[in-house]
Design a binder for this molecule. Sequence first.
Ligand SMILES: [Ca+2]
Length: 476
Amino acid sequence: MLRWSCCLLLVSVLHAARPNIILIESDDQRADSIAALGNPSIRTPALDRLAKEGFAFLNARNQGSNNGAVCVASRSMCHSGQSLWHYDDNLKGRVTLGEFLQAQGYHTYGTGKWHNGKEAMKRSFIAADRITAGFLPKGHDSAFAIQSIHNGKVLAGQNLAPKHSTDLIGQTAVDFLITYEGEKPFFLYVGFNAPHDPYTRVPEFEAAYRDADGRSKVPLFDNFLPQPPVDPGVMAIRDEVLLPHPLEPEAVRHQNAIYYGMITHLDSWVGKILDQLQHKGLADNTLVIFTSDHGLARGSHGLLGKQNLYEHSLRVPMLLRGPGIKAGGRSTSPIYNFELYRTLAEVAAATPKAGQVEGESFLPIATGSGKGERKIVYDGYTNLMRAVVEGDWKLIETHVKTVRSTQLFNLAADPSEMKNLAADPALAEKIHHLREQMIVQRELWQDQDSAFWTQIGFGPELKSPKSSNPSKSREF
Ligand SMILES: [Ca+2]
């Protein structure tokens, strides 16, 4: 599909060194929640450090989801390297990222959120501690179930302290770095459950976001609306019922102060992980990646969750630091987060089997030897929405029950997606063109698993569309 040029010499140096890999993935963290990348309202000193010492992808995105459990979809895609229309929730029959790196001689160790089934977890990690569930309904500081893997067996346990999930997971990651003395390079996966709801207050970190009277100092996002401009058909889903609609600004600001506090809290553990890496003399030979599974609306477009195709919910943070990575580098080239698989395979000097993994490695961009050539991206959410972005232009088609809605945005002039230009007669040809591109992308990604295309009413119908199953019940 795409071919990025790469500097063979630099890559061969990377391969010779066989760097350790630390993949830190938070949960539901917006891409714009990093101070150094342009958010003056949040405090993220460790992520700022990664952004300064490493490379930041400013247009990294999750491709969407086939059901309301966007976390499951995104994580499955990242751990299989497969796109939205090919992944399996529980990674059945897929070579997981951890499994693949094991085969390349890596010691694989995990802690934190695992949302893709016990069997795939066991295959992914040689050892693991304090693996947490996909969702902590009683709060991040409750006595939730945890699992570990030792000697090939999955063991069940409890967070009995109870300790906040971020402290539990962060400490486990640091402990691994303190104790690991193996000869193999390691792959450390750290899945923070924060800042996913339930919004659990962490007073010492939330204090920065409160005034003397305890009111939130976090401003609303600039695309805040009380109600969504287009019915996305998801208003009964859990994320959207975290607050009543129409959204009341102060209620959103209150929750966002907690959300920011949870991010600053997990940032403190990212800092401790980086410090320990430095202390142990491993920083120069370890690739550190920080990302999240997808973004979140948090009041943008009258929404709270991630079950939509606006940029705030699709985009993810994507920071890389390590040997060969360009310090202070930035890229606006679109990448999908599931391309992490091929990227890390390249870091491990390995090539996945033909047909096993989709997308491209973005390592050449991060090392400064490639710029990225993707001109168009395609996103989907169940049978309700499809989006295509080509250059500055973005088209979102939504079909809810019998109501079809078209949204057209110019992301250069309107990055917050607030000016829907779909009704402008002068742009009718642009819409027609983007619809054609949407169909091209549909074919390219083999998007056949949705009733969307039988409802939307433009373009050739699929010959044998299979019905998607948006009613699947699971926690997300
Ligand atoms: Ca998530």
